[in-house]
Design a protein around this ligand. Structure first.
Ligand code: VG1
Ligand code: CO
Length: 558
């Protein structure tokens, strides 16, 4: 087969955000758009690309398969030796991370827009993960973007034909060099990995009811995303759950019209079913399987910040940590600091990093971090370098098995020991960009002006004194790289916080995220929306959000 060089011109805006490049399908399917970006990803790897192995797969959304086939033809022309491709182009994000690590690959190209809706009218995305299995760091993605502004040509092997619907190995001769494509079973490697981490025999006895006399009643909702196949294999085949325990397990190109984001708004079906029914645990995942939501009986909601803290507290219930030890913990800056308290108690390092999983990787590689999470329904460990939805559910079931308690009781006990971080996030989606930029600039100015620290704000009978206010910046403790402008934050005397930032995962307009975090040592059984109301009002006042966005209410509350 021979290589063709195609002349092209740059597209504007090929700048990866929090987690890869996300645009409407219609943008990706413009002439040479995907080709350009993929060529830039490959070029950003420099000489290391030659003779390398890469992993390719995605969440099964619309355009995934076509993009995977295109990537195969481009990789073939650029000196890559071997590709591991998920069958039909399907691999969850955690599975890609695991495969990269297990195969010593140079990296992986992940085809997903994660929790964004899919289908011809909606979003597609491409993300590059590096050889540690984690999302490429800022320096790398900046390089990709830089290359995309000057690209003049890309290379591909236009005549390379391959059926990625069939598992198997195909070898090609590309201009005298060997190129191998191995289409792999999408779930096998990942399932094996989970079996190494958790005690499946014990969990099977617990889930099937052999150990307790009654099966664990669960409802696992894949929301028509990529986790369906993984969920069926793990929960039904390996752990002996009943067929009724899993729903929406067929990955669909448009997620069946669902917005595959596991939160109280978009996973409504799960929440309502569990609220009405007789379940011990409910869980949902996002499109690419890295996010998770956990709810207990009667839809008792576990905030992701609490979920992280509880798992941290019970890590000894998981064989992987018994074997490998427990290093430090970490959370993203907007995430409530519940895990910090567990870290303090256990004498572990706790890190606060900017939003996005890429910031955890260095700390894990350096052996300083084993468990981390984000308020955005992301939880994971150093078994891979992505957050991992199914892993989180297995961790929770392990904690339930270990304690013999319900999810609600586990949380209540946790709060009685550590106190409670009330937390909520307000999202204002698809706002006009300009006024949002102006709002952020104005707020940054006012919170960093002389006299702001020390000021007191009062609302609803509560008052809060500003202790610290800034635009968060982070210096990576390992490679000393600096990330600036990661979100405005106001920290009050009692540890309560207001955080505001613009999303970096949207495909159009601006999404404002407002995070409210308030700690109570003793008053732990209140209702979050009531407890947080005063701080929310203060945040809206300081930011003048209604004025800038024209919105009186958020689109999503989590
Ligand atoms: C959001 C979340 C962030 C998460 C990112 C990717 O980013 O807030 O915590 O890491 O999505 O998650 P942003 O910039 O929109 O706030 V996923 O599951 O969409 O890859
Ligand atoms: Co995701």
């Amino acid at each position: 087969l021979s290589v063709e060089t195609v002349t092209t011109t740059p597209y504007e805006g090929q700048k990866p955000g929090t987690s890869g490049l996300r645009k409407k399908v219609k943008v990706f399917t413009q002439k040479n758009y995907t080709e350009n970006f993929v060529q830039c990803i490959l070029d950003a790897n420099g000489a290391a690309l030659n003779g390398s192995t890469l992993v390719v797969g995605g969440d099964g959304r619309y355009y995934c398969k076509e993009a995977a086939e295109l990537i195969i033809r481009i990789c073939a022309a650029n000196g890559v030796s071997k590709l591991l491709v998920g069958q039909n182009g399907i691999l969850s994000t955690p599975a890609v991370s695991s495969l990269i690590r297990h195969n010593n690959a140079l990296g992986g190209i992940v085809l997903t827009a994660s929790h964004n809706p899919g289908g011809p009218e909606n979003d597609f995305g491409i993300k590059f993960n590096c050889e540690n299995g984690g999302p490429a760091p800022d320096a790398f993605t900046n390089n990709i973007h830089q290359l995309s502004t000057v690209i003049k040509q890309y290379k591909l092997v236009p005549t390379l034909q391959i059926d990625i619907g069939k598992v198997g190995v195909s070898s090609f001769d590309v201009a005298g060099k060997s190129f191998v494509v191995e289409v792999i079973d999408s779930v096998a490697n990942y399932v094996r990995h989970m079996e190494e981490i958790f005690d499946f025999a014990k969990l099977r006895d617990f889930v099937s009811g052999k150990a307790t006399g009654k099966p664990l009643k669960m409802r696992i909702d894949s929301m028509n995303g990529v986790t369906g196949a993984y969920v069926r294999e793990i929960f039904l085949n390996r752990l002996g759950a009943s067929e009724a325990s899993v729903v929406h397990t067929t990955p669909l190109p448009d997620f069946g019209g669902l917005h595959p984001d596991p939160n109280l708004t978009y996973a409504k079906d799960l929440v309502e079913t569990v609220a009405k029914g007789d379940y011990d645990i409910g869980a949902a995942f996002d499109g690419d399987g890295d996010r998770n939501m956990i709810i207990g009986s009667k839809a008792f909601f576990v905030t992701p910040s609490d979920s992280l803290a509880v798992i941290a507290h019970y890590l000894e219930a998981i064989p992987y940590f018994q074997k490998n030890g427990v290093q430090g913990f970490a959370r993203s800056m907007p995430t409530a600091s519940a895990v910090d308290l567990v870290g303090q108690k256990l004498g572990k390092e706790v890190f606060e990093v900017p939003t996005g999983w890429k910031y955890f990787g260095n700390l894990m590689d350096a052996g300083r971090l084993c468990l981390c999470g984000e308020e955005s329904f992301g939880t994971g460990s150093n078994h891979i370098r992505e957050k991992d939805g199914i892993w989180a559910v297995l961790a929770w079931i392990s904690v339930m098995q270990h304690t013999g308690k319900s999810i609600e009781d586990i949380l209540k006990q946790h709060w009685s020991v550590y106190g409670r971080n009330y937390f909520t996030r307000y999202d204002y989606e698809e706002c006009a960009l300009e006024p949002c930029n102006e709002m952020m600039a104005t707020m940054e100015k006012s919170i960093t002006a002389a006299g702001f620290v020390g000021k007191t704000f009062a609302s609803g009978g509560k008052s809060y004194k500003v202790k610290e206010a800034d635009n968060f910046s982070y210096t990576d403790p390992v490679d000393k790289s600096v990330a600036t402008k990661q979100g405005l934050r106001i920290v009050f005397d009692d540890g309560s916080r207001i955080v505001m930032r613009l999303s970096g995962t949207g495909s159009s307009g601006a999404t404002v995220r407002l995070y409210i975090d308030s700690y109570e040592k003793d008053n732990v059984l209140g209702q979050a929306s009531v407890m947080l109301k005063p701080l929310i009002d203060i945040a809206l006042e300081i930011s003048a959000l209604p004025k800038f966005t024209g919105r009186n209410a958020p689109t999503v509350i989590t």
